[in-house]
Every structure is written in C-alpha cells, then in structure tokens.
Design a protein around this ligand. Structure first.
Ligand code: 5RP
Length: 230
C-alpha cells in the first residue's frame, strides 16, 4: 500500500530537483499534475530569488494558471516551436523508459510539447516505476466518435471506460474539447506496437503512451536517481 505522505514528499523532491535544469534564456515545456507542480513552483522561486530569465510553454489550463501565479513568463509553441527542455509527470514509467501519461487528461498537449523539446524529463516518485506497463491507457477521442473508438479499442483487447467528471455529472472534457477513454489492456507486452494500433483508430486524437522520454528523475527512499535513455 502507498504511503501518501512519503509519496507527496517524493513528488516534491523529484519536482524540485528537475527545476535546477533550467538556465537563463531557455524555453521550457511545463507539464501537468501534482509532481511537476513542484517544478513550476520552484521555478517561480528561482525567478524571484535568482532573476532566472526563461519562458514556459504550458501543457494545460492548470499548468498555465500555476505558471502565471508563479510569475513565469509564458510563450506558445507557435512562437517557439523548438523547446530546450520539457518537464512533466507520469502515471507509469517502465524499465525501458516507455511511459503512460494522461491521468490529468492533458496528454495530447503534453505529447506535442514534449516532442517539441530537445530534452524531455519526467519527474516521478518510486511508485510510478514498474517493470512493465499496466496502467489503463488514456485515449483522447472526439465526442461524436466515442462509441466507434470504444469498439475498436475492444477489438485491440482493451476495456475502455469513458472518464467521468469528479461529480459524475458527465464526461471529462479536455482542454481541446474532447472526451477521454481509459483503456485497460492488462500488462502491455509491446507498448510501441499498441501505440501504433491505437493511433490508427478513427476518432482518436492522441493516446497516453509516450516513447520519447530522455531522462527520468526518480525520487526513491534512498535519494534521487537520474535514469537517462541509453
Ligand atoms: C497529466 C499527466 C500527469 O503528469 C500524470 O497524471 C501524473 O500526475 P501526478 O504527478 O499528479 O501523479 O499525465 O495528464
């Protein structure tokens, strides 16, 4: 069973450690979620305390609001199509650095932003690091297509569930105006092959399998481990 307090301490440690990667003049993708929120807050402190001069590209409304509160200068991908760095959280990372993201329904923008970056870093606590991926894959779909995409995802062996809002009063709507299906595939033997098959389904905007991670900042009980792609 997860220990919530040590988990949140680990999230803070990983998030804050990665904030030290940012240098003057950089353009940096700012991810979504409770772990990378520590990165954004720490970057805000560095702007205040050290006059750190950089621009952020937010991956969601939530990230944008936090960056504004933290006095971080923002820009867009259309103004800066190539980012120096992107930092984000994850739902699961396996030993080959394949990743599942989208717990915050932001994976479409997160993927676009991370693929625009020269270096993509994920910050996570130890509970996210696994031998093989088992987390249900978030799939963003256009609303008119969710029944068709649901059937096609079942044909791939998945069990799709339309993600509901916290008050269960309707589906979650993404920042792009779409729905999210969480699709349980059990243990995913070949994430790249599954990713390619999901991408071919009509109505799918983007799925949460990422194969572009460069470096993982993993907060373990014994300290921070940095795992780079070989
Ligand atoms: C949002 C994400 C998040 O980064 C992921 O869900 C991890 O969140 P947290 O750091 O709160 O555990 O992919 O779409």
């Amino acid at each position: 069973m997860k220990d919530a307090s040590s988990n949140s301490a680990a999230k803070k440690a990983a998030g804050e450690a990665a904030a030290e990667l940012v240098r003057n003049g950089m353009v940096v993708g700012l991810g979504t979620g409770s772990t990378v929120a520590w990165t954004i807050k720490r970057l805000g402190e560095r702007v205040r305390e050290e006059d750190l001069d950089f621009c952020g590209v937010p991956t969601s409304f939530q990230a944008e609001q936090l960056a504004i509160e933290s006095n971080i200068r923002l820009t867009s991908l259309n103004q800066h199509p190539v980012l120096d760095l992107a930092i984000d959280g994850a739902d699961q990372v396996d030993i080959n650095l394949m990743v599942i993201k989208g717990g915050g329904a932001a994976h479409t923008r997160e993927k676009v932003v991370s693929c625009s970056a020269k270096w993509f870093v994920i910050v996570a606590d130890q509970s996210k690091f696994v031998e093989r991926l088992t987390w249900p894959v978030p799939v963003e779909v256009i609303p008119i297509a969710f029944r068709l995409t649901g059937r096609r995802l079942e044909e791939l062996g998945g069990k799709p569930v339309l993600r509901q809002g916290l008050r269960k009063d309707g589906p979650v709507i993404t920042d792009n105006g779409n729905f999210v299906m969480d699709v349980d595939f059990g243990t995913i033997e070949d994430p790249r092959s599954l990713a390619a098959k999901i991408s071919l389904i009509p109505g799918v905007v983007e799925h949460g399998i990422f194969d572009n991670l460069d470096e993982l900042y993993l907060a373990r009980a014994g300290g921070m481990e940095r795992i780079k792609r070989a």
